[in-house]
Design a protein around this ligand. Structure first.
Ligand SMILES: [Zn+2]
Ligand SMILES: [Zn+2]
Ligand SMILES: [Zn+2]
Length: 272
């Protein structure tokens, strides 16, 4: 499984949209891996996890061909993870796609409500179709088996983390979330993960509810290894960083590395 991190920032981006804090100024000065756009990942070129408002910019920066994109799997409705209006640009006229087999979006009830609000007046059928999914119900998408599990994140909707199995590779896409709910742990220990991507919004700080910092990430890593759900070569990756955590990429990378984690940056490609 080939994973490309398109964005690795929290909702506000880094430098943040309207911010003048020291961490934003420093990131701007240093540039490179310190610039973090809103989060999403591309898997094997045809699956995308989350669809942030920076997707058009990602298409330009990475020169990716999104006409090849077939499936978009959404974690939750927050604006840094789901920007429904851009799906209109998939309609004929805005996009010319040869032998078009359409694009499928998967997500919870609240994401569906936003999808309907933004696109309900348009004839999207066969071009972009919405699929309502439920926790613990595994669904098949081409070669991928996808299992949504409850996250600890926003109130008022069913936020998901995802187990994604393609061929012999198994990935845990673990954000946005605080320390995982016990009902998710019951299922998580049944897998053997080759890659684990975790919410590290608060960097070195010990945050465990809604989002996480590295201490909670370390506890998840230890628990997965202790339960036999990870192996020696499992890649543990931290992402979704907020400017409020203040560490520049190299500082975060050094800290995370000392605990056996890879620190994601915009454009990072990893094979698991
Ligand atoms: Zn987020
Ligand atoms: Zn800032
Ligand atoms: Zn969120």
């Amino acid at each position: 499984m080939k994973i490309k991190f398109l964005g690795t920032g929290a909702a506000e981006g880094w430098p943040a949209l309207f911010c003048e804090c020291a961490a934003c100024k420093k990131a701007e000065e240093l540039g490179g891996k310190n610039i973090r756009t809103r989060s999403s990942c591309l898997i094997d070129d045809i699956y995308m996890i989350d669809f942030p408002p920076d997707t058009y910019m990602h298409r330009l920066v990475y020169n990716i061909d999104l006409s090849k994109l077939k499936h978009v799997i959404i974690t939750h409705s927050h604006s840094d993870h789901f920007y429904a209006y851009d799906f209109e640009m998939r309609l004929e006229g805005y996009a010319h796609v040869e032998n078009d087999t359409g694009l499928a979006v998967y997500g919870n009830e609240k994401v569906k409500a936003l999808f309907d609000y933004a696109l309900g007046h348009l004839d999207m059928e066969g071009i972009v179709d919405y699929n309502l999914i439920h926790a613990f119900n595994t669904f098949q998408v081409e070669d991928a088996l996808v299992t949504p599990l409850p996250a600890d994140h926003a109130k008022g909707e069913n936020c998901y983390i995802y187990v994604i199995q393609i061929g012999n590779s198994t990935l845990l896409y673990g954000h946005d979330s605080g320390y995982f709910p016990e009902e998710s742990w019951e299922k998580l220990v049944d897998y053997k993960f080759d890659g684990v991507i975790l919410d590290c919004t608060f960097g070195p700080e010990d945050c465990r509810t809604g989002h996480m910092g590295l201490p909670a990430n370390v506890d998840i890593k230890d628990r997965l290894i202790g339960a036999g759900a990870a192996h020696e070569d499992t890649k543990f990756i931290v992402t979704h960083f907020s400017h409020n955590m203040k560490l520049m990429h190299e500082e975060m990378e050094e800290l995370a590395k000392s605990h056996g984690f890879i620190t994601a940056y915009d454009g990072l490609e990893i094979e698991i």
